[in-house]
Design a protein around this ligand. Sequence first.
Ligand SMILES: [Zn+2]
Ligand SMILES: [Zn+2]
Length: 400
Amino acid sequence: MVSAISEQLPQPYGSRPLTATPVVTKAAPGATPKKYPDVYVAGAEPLGPDEMRITALGTGYPARRGQGCAGFMVELGNDEVFHFDVGAGTNSAFNHMRVPYHKANKFFITHYHIDHIGDLMVYYDFGQSNGRLEPMNVFGPTGQRPELGINALVENMLRMTAWHDRSKKGQLDPRGFEVVAHEFAFQRSQVVYDEQGARVTSFPVPHGIDGAVGYRLDWNGLSMVFAGDCEPSTLTVEHSQGVDVLIHEIFNAPQTYVEEMGWTEQMAKIVAWTKHTSPQAAARVFASTRPRLAVGYHSIIAPGTPQPILDGVRTGYDGPVLLAQDFTIVNVTPQQIVSRMAAFEPAPFLISDRAYLASKGGANQDASVMHGLSAWLEDTIIGIPEIEAFKKELAEKGMR
Ligand SMILES: [Zn+2]
Ligand SMILES: [Zn+2]
């Protein structure tokens, strides 16, 4: 099964993760390290109780079929699932990972560039029809002004979904339409989530204007940092001390943008050097932090780009480093950190968890908020007897 699926779906840059150290051994004598298959088959590997799995759902910019915009999913052995950023393409990647839809209910957004939030509304949509019978929780920082924070962003998203909501509310369970924004001050490091032993801490990072943050997730002695988009910062170094996996952006060299995309040299340098982190600068962050595994993301992974980026990091950092491409999987346990690529069905059904649905009393329809068509438009519908009869039944129940 493993080889059959992975042969069907070759990854753009091979079935191996972009790293020279796919296995990093941690100092934990006494226990035998878990053995993993060469390829992670989506949905086929239950997590151990002391295990964290990080999935790169999107690693670049702009989104193409082979690489989406920014977003990582973290699954914990306690059954919790966290999403860090949800750029365009990340939802599509999530749909291949065989994770029940109601698990996509905690989103931690680092900043509100569109390449980090584009799929938030897509999760909102599919969660409603695929069994999320609870609110979506969206965590994010304040901005310089109220309209630049997560409260305003969610409010505005729900304005955009007005037609969608009006047409679907009632047919789908109303619980799926709830979104709860959790806004916190961007300026200071603080715990923004603390449940079932999992703690998420935010910290500010410099990224163009005030209001961008990174997150650190600690659980069961395992940890990861997702620094979001940022210039290299002592704050990231400070908050990443002792971390297992540090996911930090690494931009391509300005020359890539000049040569491949026709940018002026000045524009390329402004973006790559004064908003983001060059490979050489990432090396400084990694060298000061010494994470067990340094992970780069936000690079354009395209023909010829990975090696120069890794070479740039090597100028100042000699520890384990991985350049994330979409569907890179990192398993973290007390014994080791293992990086692989995922294999998956190219067009799977989405996953709803029947036991979860039952525990929520099943999905409810609410006739009181169902909305119909104007009679003249209804009259244009070409009738099929079986469907006409069903519509009549609905009308008799007051549902049409
Ligand atoms: Zn970005
Ligand atoms: Zn950004």
